[in-house]
Design a protein around this ligand. Sequence first.
Ligand code: DC
Length: 209
Amino acid sequence: MIIAVDGPTASGKGTIAKALAAHFGLPHLDTGLLYRAVGRQVMLAGGNPDDQHDALAACDFDDHLLDEDILRSEEVGGFASRVSVHPAVRHALYERQRAFATQDSGAVLDGRDIGTVIAPEAPVKLFVTASVQERARRRWLEMTGRGIDVALAAIERDIAARDARDMNRADAPLMAAPDALVIDTTHFGRDAAIEAAIEAVAARLIAPR
Ligand code: DC
């Protein structure tokens, strides 16, 4: 069984995907990490993420990059969003994601285009979202908790810019697949959101489309 979990940044999609993988005993791939690794590689090479050639050259990143904590930073997230606009980059990362999705055990993948492009045949698709303000608040709490001094308004601006870029790109824009179940976590705590997702998947398993 393939479970596709898509949604914007800080919506809770990663937390939900991880919990679903643990609950249903499936391997999990955070596909954003692949784009983050490309963004990081562009940074390391001193390239320009908006330049297609620089971004494509960075797709040949060393896998050890995927384990680096710095991939989770806001700066690398911004670079990831910029390199992800290029169709050639998306194409270069496609096979890796597709192979993960179609392994015999089944899989959970989270990202922006899993239900629409990477695994449109997935029997279960979730689109996890939340208001920009709530997502900014979560990111701010997480960052200040790590001792990073940052203004809430600046984070809100960054998130809105990232949403706009991810939703308006021509190739595989962020959007809910027509058959995705939308889970809005704005007013949900972590546990309630996970519970809603598990229930949704279980319901799909009992009554497949
Ligand atoms: O989920 P994330 O914040 O780690 O993703 C970082 C960026 O990578 C995101 O802004 C857009 C891009 N991305 C993508 O285009 N397609 C995916 N399947 C996953 C991420």
